[in-house]
Design a binder for this molecule. Structure first.
Ligand code: FAD
Ligand code: DLZ
Ligand code: SF4
Length: 516
């Protein structure tokens, strides 16, 4: 008998460990376990999403003729960890062989490597070919690359896959349309509502379980609407391509008060669980250009996110190793302010982004990068505290994708491996790309004074504080020049303003979101 354990983010019918396996002599094991549910105190919607998707996937496998051993979190003899469940199942089924797809994170890869000794079985670990770029290919690319940059990686992938290519040249004659993709949302343009999938009986049972077992975790569950089956995820994909993709490019960088999704796809949870695979999402988007249903700037912008960023951060996570998560190039140590958990702040932009995070376990990229991440970096918050927060609060968060985005892209804690310069911005940037400032208690135009937008003084304070580490960066020469041209009094007042604001921040109580 062969045991095929499937992890919670391996919910793909075409998974490598299922392909070619014979149903008659295979037992598929899936296990909800306390260790995964509590290694960080996940947002309750994320817990519901993972368990509900696992339960639906197990039912689909059974319907397709697989023998599935499914372990529920509330089984009285649940052994609490994936390793213990796999060892017990191997014994229960008299397994002589274990076949698994490589886990998506360092912690569980180490567990997989210990399985042969723990079970006495032969253990086969297969590459996760749901990603387009095998890790060995990423490593070869990196070894030969002049520099580690998304743009180079992305062009290489366009050539390798032929996606949006006309022979050897990019379709439309340009590799990217970023300059066309920076429009603020015009007044009166209302993005279509994102599809929501009301919980069925299986999901309702999981909601009850999560509510009872994790009463103190962050986040609301009452408006749960994530896709939990492949059929729902495919429906969400088709709705996105038809309704939102055409404007995805134009408003990719926009922010708007009360607009939780704009023209984003909301497909990350389905992609990261495996309900959808990257290639089919890219193909669906590309076919919209062919059919004249979406312009090239939109489709290229979207493809770049998946063929580019998603594959790139995954390669970087594995290449950089477990130490990457501990990097702190700017030596930032401030604890997270408590409003990251309560959403209670007078800063309208952050109250909006954190409030919707609590309600939906979702924020789009620019909210994560230019509002929440930007604020945390300007305030000098510990990148590890920031990274833990991002891992907890988003339904799509797994270390392989969260860490490079937070440690690298958002906090610049890797000293520039991911991003050529810190993604730092003052209130002006936020005002240009959003309507948040109109309804804010603060004045976005002011740098000092009682009503001054905190982002402004914090921005300059961040640059001044980190001058020794950042001033040599050619992309920051102009901003340091502007700072230096301010009068000494203006500089002193700006830094005093930042210090006074920082002194008002209440640190989050330790263990705020721990599951009791
Ligand atoms: P869309 O804007 O519609 O983009 C389409 C798809 O492209 C996404 O579904 C996602 O699969 C992929 N994608 C886009 N940007 C990235 C990126 N930078 N890295 C990897 N994939 C990308 N994404 C996660 O999946 N999990 C995370 O834990 C996560 N944490 C982040 C933390 C920070 C600080 C930042 C700045 C970004 C983070 N991202 C993360 C990337 C991105 O913000 C989300 O993938 C995106 O917001 C998900 O919403 P969407 O599906 O509507 O994306
Ligand atoms: C995120 C998560 C959670 C909350 N629970 C489980 C679980 O009970 N069982 C499981 O197999 N996986 C779970 N996961 C996903 C894992 O923590 C992990 O992120 C991935 O399996 C890595 O590939
Ligand atoms: Fe955010 Fe400052 Fe604008 Fe208020 S004024 S919404 S704090 S950028």
């Amino acid at each position: 008998m062969r045991l095929v354990p499937l992890l919670g983010d391996q919910l793909s019918p075409g998974l490598a460990s299922l392909r070619g396996a014979r149903r008659a002599d295979t037992v598929v094991l899936m296990a909800e376990v306390a260790e995964e549910a509590a290694y960080v105190p996940h947002h309750r919607q994320k817990l519901v999403l993972v368990f509900a998707a696992m339960r639906h996937f197990a039912a689909d496998l059974r319907a397709a003729g697989w023998q599935v051993d499914y372990r529920r979190l509330d089984d009285p003899d649940n052994r609490g960890s994936l390793e213990a469940e796999i060892v017990a199942a191997a014994c229960r089924h008299g397994a002589t062989a274990i076949r698994m797809v490589e886990a998506g994170e360092h912690r569980l890869r180490a567990m997989q490597q210990a399985l042969a000794a723990a079970t006495g079985c032969t253990v086969e670990i297969l590459p996760d070919d749901r990603f387009l770029v095998p890790l060995a290919a990423f490593e070869r690319w990196r070894a030969g690359a002049r520099r580690l940059r998304l743009e180079d990686f992305y062009r290489w992938q366009r050539r390798e896959t032929g996606v949006l290519m006309a022979g050897d040249a990019p379709l439309g004659g340009q590799w990217n349309f970023d300059s066309a993709n920076r429009k603020p949302l015009p007044r009166g343009l209302k993005p279509p509502p994102a599809p929501a999938f009301p919980p069925d009986a299986v999901t309702c049972e999981v909601i009850d379980l999560v509510t009872a077992r994790f009463p103190h975790n962050f986040g609301e569950v009452d408006r749960f609407g994530w896709p939990v089956t492949r059929a729902q995820a495919l429906h969400a994909l088709h709705r996105f391509v038809a309704e939102r993709l055409p404007r995805f490019g134009d408003y990719q960088d926009a922010l708007a008060h009360g607009e939780e999704t704009l023209f984003h796809s909301l497909l990350s949870t389905s992609l990261n669980l495996g309900l959808l695979v990257a290639r089919e999402v890219i193909d669906a988007a590309v076919s919209a250009v062919g059919a004249g249903a979406a312009p090239l700037n939109a489709v290229e912008g979207f493809v770049r996110q998946i063929l580019g960023w998603r594959e790139y951060v995954r390669g970087l996570y594995w290449w950089a190793g477990p130490e990457y998560g501990a990097l702190n190039a700017l030596g930032a140590t401030r604890p997270l302010p408590d409003f990251f958990w309560t959403g209670e702040t007078r800063m309208a932009c952050l109250a909006d982004a954190i409030g919707q995070t609590r309600d939906h376990a979702y924020a789009h990229h620019i909210q994560r990068l230019m509002l929440i991440g930007n604020f945390a970096m300007l305030a000098g918050c510990s990148p590890q505290a920031v990274s833990d927060w991002f891992l907890v609060v988003y339904a799509d968060a797994y270390p392989w994708v969260e860490e490079p985005n937070v440690i690298g892209m958002s906090q610049w804690a890797d000293g520039g491996l991911m991003a050529t310069k810190p993604y730092a911005g003052g209130g002006n940037y936020i005002n240009r790309m959003s309507d948040h400032c109109r309804g804010c208690a603060y004045d976005v135009k002011a740098r000092v004074g009682e009503r001054a937008c905190p982002f402004n003084a914090l921005y300059w304070d961040f640059l001044a504080r980190n001058r020794a580490k950042l001033a040599g960066n050619p992309r920051l020469l102009r901003v340091y020049d502007t700072w230096d041209r301010m009068s000494a009094e203006a500089r002193t007042a700006t830094r005093a303003q930042a210090a006074a604001f920082l002194a008002t921040l209440k640190p989050a109580r330790p263990g705020w979101a721990r599951a009791d």
